[in-house]
Design a protein around this ligand. Structure first.
Ligand SMILES: CC(C)(COP(=O)(O)OP(=O)(O)OC[C@H]1O[C@@H](n2cnc3c(N)ncnc32)[C@H](O)[C@@H]1OP(=O)(O)O)[C@@H](O)C(=O)NCCC(=O)NCCS
Length: 156
């Protein structure tokens, strides 16, 4: 796959895709982040990405886009109406090829925000830095989840 691969398309997620979206997120989380969280943090995160919970957030106003390889979800991005990025995940088999950046650009343009925030896992902060976010405060821990607050604004 390359950034221009015509077989990857970005779409609004449909109800029947959320189970596969949950699987891809759990796979990426297990590989990159889970070892950095304690049991409580892992439980909190897994509840946040439960298929029915994601679907319900989108129904109630979160913006979301799914990257599809054929009919299979390979990436997912979700943001609150105020421009807070809730989730950005790419299937482990499709990472580091530009898809995460593409999903971020798509959701930002869809929301029309001039300012976005994220509570990044410390291990993911460097990726958000590459996307143009900067750290705005110290690490915070809530229900076992350690995060760093970060802010994106358009480059001057
Ligand atoms: C974070 C994630 C969504 C990024 O998606 P991706 O398709 O792998 O990322 P891209 O290939 O679009 O890269 C985006 C930018 O991050 C940088 N980047 C990617 N992986 C990186 C890494 N491991 N270390 C440092 N920078 C990295 C890339 O260089 C790129 O910047 P550039 O365009 O200036 O070169 C994906 O890797 C993922 O799901 N990771 C596991 C979960 C995670 O950390 N999620 C973050 C939310 S908690």
């Amino acid at each position: 796959m390359t950034l221009d691969d015509p077989t990857i398309r970005i779409a609004d997620p449909t109800e029947d895709q959320f189970a596969a979206i949950e699987c891809l997120i759990v796979g990426a989380f297990s590989k990159a982040i889970a070892d950095h969280y304690d049991d409580e943090g892992q439980t909190t995160f897994l509840a946040h990405v439960d298929a029915r919970v994601m679907s319900s957030r989108v129904t109630s106003g979160h913006l979301a886009r799914v990257a599809l390889l054929g009919a299979s979800p390979v990436g997912y991005v979700e943001a609150r109406p105020d421009g807070h990025l809730s989730l950005l995940f790419v299937d482990v088999r499709h990472q580091a090829r530009g898809l995460g950046r593409r999903l971020f650009d798509v959701i930002r343009e869809a929301g029309g925000w001039r300012r976005m925030t994220v509570d990044a896992a410390p291990v993911s902060a460097r990726i958000y830095s590459a996307l143009g976010f900067r750290t705005t405060g110290p690490e915070v821990i809530s229900r076992g989840i350690v995060t760093v607050p970060m802010l994106w604004v358009p480059a001057a």
